[in-house]
Write a protein that binds this ligand. Structure first.
Ligand code: NAD
Length: 259
Protein backbone atom coordinates (compact mmCIF):
# COMPACT_ATOMS: atom_id res chain seq x y z
CA UNK A 1 0.00 0.00 0.00
CA UNK A 2 1.42 3.42 -0.84
CA UNK A 3 1.87 6.01 1.81
CA UNK A 4 -0.67 8.57 0.64
CA UNK A 5 -3.97 9.70 2.00
CA UNK A 6 -6.97 9.87 -0.30
CA UNK A 7 -8.95 11.77 2.34
CA UNK A 8 -10.29 14.47 0.01
CA UNK A 9 -10.81 12.15 -2.93
CA UNK A 10 -14.07 10.75 -4.26
CA UNK A 11 -13.86 7.66 -6.45
CA UNK A 12 -16.01 5.37 -8.56
CA UNK A 13 -14.76 1.83 -9.19
CA UNK A 14 -16.73 -0.29 -11.67
CA UNK A 15 -17.13 -4.08 -11.48
CA UNK A 16 -15.97 -4.02 -7.87
CA UNK A 17 -18.04 -6.73 -6.19
CA UNK A 18 -15.06 -9.08 -6.18
CA UNK A 19 -11.54 -9.56 -7.50
CA UNK A 20 -9.33 -6.70 -8.59
CA UNK A 21 -12.04 -4.03 -8.56
CA UNK A 22 -13.04 -4.92 -5.01
CA UNK A 23 -9.46 -4.63 -3.80
CA UNK A 24 -8.99 -1.25 -5.52
CA UNK A 25 -12.23 0.06 -3.97
CA UNK A 26 -11.20 -1.35 -0.59
CA UNK A 27 -7.74 0.17 -0.60
CA UNK A 28 -9.03 3.55 -1.78
CA UNK A 29 -11.63 3.57 0.98
CA UNK A 30 -9.24 2.40 3.70
CA UNK A 31 -6.86 5.18 2.67
CA UNK A 32 -9.57 7.81 3.14
CA UNK A 33 -11.43 8.13 -0.17
CA UNK A 34 -15.21 8.11 -0.37
CA UNK A 35 -16.03 5.36 -2.85
CA UNK A 36 -18.96 4.45 -5.07
CA UNK A 37 -18.63 0.69 -5.57
CA UNK A 38 -20.36 -0.46 -8.75
CA UNK A 39 -21.34 -4.05 -9.36
CA UNK A 40 -23.98 -5.70 -11.57
CA UNK A 41 -24.73 -8.45 -9.05
CA UNK A 42 -26.78 -7.07 -6.16
CA UNK A 43 -25.65 -9.55 -3.55
CA UNK A 44 -21.97 -9.16 -4.50
CA UNK A 45 -22.33 -5.37 -4.32
CA UNK A 46 -23.87 -5.47 -0.86
CA UNK A 47 -21.36 -8.01 0.49
CA UNK A 48 -18.44 -6.00 -0.86
CA UNK A 49 -19.73 -2.73 0.58
CA UNK A 50 -20.42 -4.37 3.95
CA UNK A 51 -16.88 -5.75 4.16
CA UNK A 52 -15.31 -2.36 3.42
CA UNK A 53 -17.65 -0.55 5.81
CA UNK A 54 -16.80 -3.05 8.55
CA UNK A 55 -13.14 -2.14 8.10
CA UNK A 56 -13.96 1.55 8.51
CA UNK A 57 -14.17 2.69 4.88
CA UNK A 58 -16.74 5.06 3.40
CA UNK A 59 -18.41 3.23 0.53
CA UNK A 60 -21.76 3.23 -1.23
CA UNK A 61 -22.77 0.33 -3.49
CA UNK A 62 -24.46 1.04 -6.83
CA UNK A 63 -25.98 -1.96 -8.53
CA UNK A 64 -26.16 -1.78 -12.31
CA UNK A 65 -24.54 -2.39 -15.68
CA UNK A 66 -21.35 -0.32 -15.92
CA UNK A 67 -21.74 -0.39 -19.70
CA UNK A 68 -25.24 1.09 -19.66
CA UNK A 69 -25.27 4.66 -20.94
CA UNK A 70 -28.05 5.83 -18.63
CA UNK A 71 -26.61 4.03 -15.60
CA UNK A 72 -23.13 5.49 -16.17
CA UNK A 73 -24.57 9.01 -15.88
CA UNK A 74 -26.59 7.96 -12.83
CA UNK A 75 -23.38 6.78 -11.13
CA UNK A 76 -21.66 10.11 -11.73
CA UNK A 77 -24.72 12.10 -10.62
CA UNK A 78 -25.16 10.02 -7.47
CA UNK A 79 -21.46 10.40 -6.62
CA UNK A 80 -21.74 14.18 -6.79
CA UNK A 81 -25.05 14.25 -4.93
CA UNK A 82 -23.68 12.06 -2.13
CA UNK A 83 -20.05 13.17 -1.86
CA UNK A 84 -20.00 16.59 -3.57
CA UNK A 85 -17.56 15.79 -6.40
CA UNK A 86 -15.76 13.10 -8.37
CA UNK A 87 -11.96 13.02 -8.56
CA UNK A 88 -11.01 9.41 -9.37
CA UNK A 89 -12.67 7.10 -11.92
CA UNK A 90 -11.50 3.51 -12.21
CA UNK A 91 -12.97 1.72 -15.27
CA UNK A 92 -12.18 -1.73 -13.95
CA UNK A 93 -15.03 -3.80 -15.32
CA UNK A 94 -14.21 -6.22 -18.11
CA UNK A 95 -15.48 -9.52 -19.42
CA UNK A 96 -13.31 -12.35 -20.74
CA UNK A 97 -14.98 -14.81 -23.12
CA UNK A 98 -12.58 -17.38 -24.54
CA UNK A 99 -13.27 -18.87 -27.95
CA UNK A 100 -11.83 -20.31 -31.14
CA UNK A 101 -11.50 -17.51 -33.72
CA UNK A 102 -13.25 -19.62 -36.41
CA UNK A 103 -16.24 -20.31 -34.19
CA UNK A 104 -16.48 -17.05 -32.25
CA UNK A 105 -20.08 -15.88 -32.10
CA UNK A 106 -21.46 -12.43 -32.74
CA UNK A 107 -23.16 -12.59 -29.35
CA UNK A 108 -19.88 -13.12 -27.48
CA UNK A 109 -18.16 -10.50 -29.63
CA UNK A 110 -20.85 -7.93 -28.83
CA UNK A 111 -20.84 -8.70 -25.11
CA UNK A 112 -17.07 -8.35 -24.85
CA UNK A 113 -16.82 -5.22 -26.95
CA UNK A 114 -19.85 -3.62 -25.33
CA UNK A 115 -18.59 -4.05 -21.77
CA UNK A 116 -14.88 -3.56 -22.36
CA UNK A 117 -14.86 -0.81 -24.98
CA UNK A 118 -18.26 0.91 -25.01
CA UNK A 119 -18.49 0.79 -21.20
CA UNK A 120 -14.95 2.03 -20.65
CA UNK A 121 -15.23 4.82 -23.25
CA UNK A 122 -18.53 6.26 -22.01
CA UNK A 123 -17.66 5.90 -18.34
CA UNK A 124 -14.42 7.79 -18.98
CA UNK A 125 -16.38 10.40 -20.92
CA UNK A 126 -18.98 10.96 -18.18
CA UNK A 127 -16.31 11.08 -15.45
CA UNK A 128 -14.10 13.47 -17.41
CA UNK A 129 -17.01 15.84 -18.11
CA UNK A 130 -17.75 16.01 -14.38
CA UNK A 131 -14.11 16.56 -13.38
CA UNK A 132 -13.66 19.20 -16.10
CA UNK A 133 -16.74 21.06 -14.88
CA UNK A 134 -15.50 21.01 -11.27
CA UNK A 135 -12.07 22.39 -12.26
CA UNK A 136 -10.52 20.23 -9.53
CA UNK A 137 -8.43 17.98 -11.74
CA UNK A 138 -8.53 14.24 -11.25
CA UNK A 139 -7.42 10.86 -12.51
CA UNK A 140 -8.94 8.21 -14.70
CA UNK A 141 -7.61 4.66 -14.75
CA UNK A 142 -8.62 2.11 -17.39
CA UNK A 143 -8.15 -1.63 -16.83
CA UNK A 144 -6.24 -3.36 -19.61
CA UNK A 145 -4.46 -6.73 -19.56
CA UNK A 146 -1.19 -8.33 -20.62
CA UNK A 147 -3.29 -9.74 -23.46
CA UNK A 148 -3.12 -6.29 -25.06
CA UNK A 149 0.62 -6.92 -25.43
CA UNK A 150 1.12 -10.61 -26.14
CA UNK A 151 -0.91 -13.22 -27.98
CA UNK A 152 -2.85 -15.72 -25.90
CA UNK A 153 -4.82 -18.41 -27.71
CA UNK A 154 -8.63 -18.06 -27.88
CA UNK A 155 -8.55 -14.51 -26.57
CA UNK A 156 -8.57 -12.56 -29.84
CA UNK A 157 -11.59 -10.40 -29.09
CA UNK A 158 -10.68 -9.77 -25.46
CA UNK A 159 -7.11 -8.87 -26.45
CA UNK A 160 -8.33 -6.54 -29.19
CA UNK A 161 -10.62 -4.79 -26.71
CA UNK A 162 -7.81 -4.33 -24.18
CA UNK A 163 -5.43 -2.96 -26.82
CA UNK A 164 -8.18 -0.48 -27.71
CA UNK A 165 -8.45 0.57 -24.07
CA UNK A 166 -4.73 1.33 -23.91
CA UNK A 167 -4.93 3.44 -27.06
CA UNK A 168 -7.91 5.26 -25.61
CA UNK A 169 -5.83 6.30 -22.58
CA UNK A 170 -3.00 7.43 -24.83
CA UNK A 171 -5.27 9.33 -27.19
CA UNK A 172 -7.24 11.17 -24.53
CA UNK A 173 -4.25 13.01 -23.08
CA UNK A 174 -4.84 15.50 -25.89
CA UNK A 175 -8.33 16.30 -24.64
CA UNK A 176 -7.93 15.84 -20.87
CA UNK A 177 -4.56 17.32 -19.95
CA UNK A 178 -5.89 20.88 -20.24
CA UNK A 179 -8.35 20.05 -17.45
CA UNK A 180 -5.57 18.59 -15.28
CA UNK A 181 -6.95 15.08 -15.66
CA UNK A 182 -4.47 12.23 -15.97
CA UNK A 183 -5.53 9.06 -17.77
CA UNK A 184 -3.55 5.82 -17.72
CA UNK A 185 -4.13 2.13 -18.15
CA UNK A 186 -3.03 -0.79 -16.02
CA UNK A 187 -2.30 -4.21 -17.51
CA UNK A 188 -2.36 -7.05 -15.00
CA UNK A 189 -0.92 -10.43 -15.76
CA UNK A 190 -2.47 -13.60 -14.35
CA UNK A 191 -4.14 -12.61 -11.08
CA UNK A 192 -5.76 -14.89 -8.55
CA UNK A 193 -9.47 -14.07 -8.27
CA UNK A 194 -12.61 -16.16 -7.79
CA UNK A 195 -13.17 -15.99 -11.53
CA UNK A 196 -9.69 -17.01 -12.68
CA UNK A 197 -9.62 -19.87 -10.16
CA UNK A 198 -12.51 -21.42 -12.10
CA UNK A 199 -11.14 -20.51 -15.52
CA UNK A 200 -8.69 -23.36 -15.93
CA UNK A 201 -7.35 -26.30 -13.91
CA UNK A 202 -4.61 -25.19 -11.56
CA UNK A 203 -4.71 -21.57 -12.78
CA UNK A 204 -2.35 -20.48 -10.02
CA UNK A 205 0.23 -23.24 -10.45
CA UNK A 206 0.32 -23.25 -14.23
CA UNK A 207 0.80 -19.47 -14.45
CA UNK A 208 3.28 -19.38 -11.58
CA UNK A 209 5.47 -21.86 -13.46
CA UNK A 210 5.75 -19.61 -16.52
CA UNK A 211 6.07 -16.28 -14.67
CA UNK A 212 9.67 -15.15 -14.13
CA UNK A 213 8.97 -14.07 -10.52
CA UNK A 214 7.56 -17.58 -9.90
CA UNK A 215 4.10 -16.54 -8.72
CA UNK A 216 0.93 -14.98 -10.04
CA UNK A 217 -0.42 -11.64 -8.82
CA UNK A 218 -2.86 -11.14 -6.00
CA UNK A 219 -5.57 -8.48 -6.33
CA UNK A 220 -3.54 -6.55 -3.76
CA UNK A 221 -0.53 -6.41 -6.13
CA UNK A 222 -2.76 -4.89 -8.81
CA UNK A 223 -4.51 -2.51 -6.41
CA UNK A 224 -1.13 -1.19 -5.18
CA UNK A 225 -0.27 -0.17 -8.74
CA UNK A 226 -3.76 1.25 -9.30
CA UNK A 227 -3.52 3.44 -6.21
CA UNK A 228 -0.18 4.78 -7.40
CA UNK A 229 -1.68 5.69 -10.78
CA UNK A 230 -4.55 7.65 -9.24
CA UNK A 231 -2.45 9.33 -6.54
CA UNK A 232 -0.50 12.62 -6.59
CA UNK A 233 2.69 10.49 -6.69
CA UNK A 234 1.96 9.89 -10.39
CA UNK A 235 0.75 13.40 -11.23
CA UNK A 236 3.22 13.74 -14.14
CA UNK A 237 2.34 10.35 -15.64
CA UNK A 238 -0.41 10.30 -18.25
CA UNK A 239 -1.27 8.30 -21.37
CA UNK A 240 0.84 5.37 -20.16
CA UNK A 241 0.20 1.70 -19.50
CA UNK A 242 1.73 0.05 -16.44
CA UNK A 243 2.19 -3.72 -16.83
CA UNK A 244 2.05 -5.65 -13.53
CA UNK A 245 2.81 -9.25 -14.46
CA UNK A 246 5.80 -10.64 -12.56
CA UNK A 247 7.78 -10.40 -15.79
CA UNK A 248 5.53 -12.64 -17.92
CA UNK A 249 5.18 -10.24 -20.86
CA UNK A 250 8.93 -10.29 -21.43
CA UNK A 251 8.95 -14.05 -22.01
CA UNK A 252 5.28 -14.87 -22.65
CA UNK A 253 5.02 -18.66 -22.83
CA UNK A 254 1.46 -19.97 -22.90
CA UNK A 255 0.28 -21.95 -19.85
CA UNK A 256 -1.16 -24.65 -22.11
CA UNK A 257 1.64 -25.16 -24.57
CA UNK A 258 4.56 -23.24 -25.95
CA UNK A 259 3.49 -21.89 -29.33
N1 NAD B 1 -7.87 -11.60 -13.01
C1 NAD B 1 -6.94 -11.56 -13.97
O1 NAD B 1 -6.09 -12.46 -14.09
C2 NAD B 1 -6.89 -10.38 -14.90
C3 NAD B 1 -5.77 -10.24 -15.75
C4 NAD B 1 -5.71 -9.17 -16.62
C5 NAD B 1 -6.73 -8.23 -16.64
N2 NAD B 1 -7.80 -8.37 -15.82
C6 NAD B 1 -8.85 -7.33 -15.88
O2 NAD B 1 -9.10 -6.82 -14.60
C7 NAD B 1 -10.48 -6.47 -14.47
C8 NAD B 1 -11.08 -7.19 -13.27
O3 NAD B 1 -10.86 -8.58 -13.42
P1 NAD B 1 -11.25 -9.63 -12.28
O4 NAD B 1 -10.53 -10.88 -12.61
O5 NAD B 1 -11.09 -9.00 -10.95
O6 NAD B 1 -12.80 -9.83 -12.64
P2 NAD B 1 -13.93 -10.62 -11.85
O7 NAD B 1 -14.71 -11.30 -12.90
O8 NAD B 1 -13.35 -11.41 -10.72
O9 NAD B 1 -14.79 -9.44 -11.20
C9 NAD B 1 -15.48 -8.56 -12.01
C10 NAD B 1 -16.76 -8.12 -11.32
O10 NAD B 1 -17.45 -7.28 -12.24
C11 NAD B 1 -18.83 -7.61 -12.23
N3 NAD B 1 -19.40 -7.25 -13.53
C12 NAD B 1 -19.36 -7.95 -14.68
N4 NAD B 1 -19.97 -7.26 -15.66
C13 NAD B 1 -20.40 -6.09 -15.10
C14 NAD B 1 -21.08 -4.96 -15.61
N5 NAD B 1 -21.44 -4.90 -16.90
N6 NAD B 1 -21.33 -3.92 -14.77
C15 NAD B 1 -20.94 -3.97 -13.48
N7 NAD B 1 -20.31 -5.03 -12.94
C16 NAD B 1 -20.03 -6.07 -13.74
C17 NAD B 1 -18.86 -9.11 -11.98
O11 NAD B 1 -20.12 -9.51 -11.45
C18 NAD B 1 -17.70 -9.29 -10.99
O12 NAD B 1 -18.11 -9.17 -9.64
C19 NAD B 1 -11.12 -6.83 -15.82
O13 NAD B 1 -11.16 -5.69 -16.65
C20 NAD B 1 -10.18 -7.87 -16.38
O14 NAD B 1 -10.22 -7.93 -17.80
C21 NAD B 1 -7.90 -9.42 -14.94
Amino acid sequence: MINHTFKDEVAIVTGAGQGIGFEIARQLALNGASVILNEIDERAAENAAEKITAEGGIVHPMVGDAAGMHFIQQMVDETVRRFGKLTIAVANVGVTIHGDFFEYTQENFNKTVNTNLFGTFFFAQAAAKQIREQRTGGSILLMSSVNAHQANKYLAVYSMSKAGIEMLAKNLILELSGSNITINSLAPGATLTNRTLLEQDDFEGSWAKITPLGKIATPCDIANAALFLVSPSSRHITGQCLIVDGGWTSTSPSPNKVI
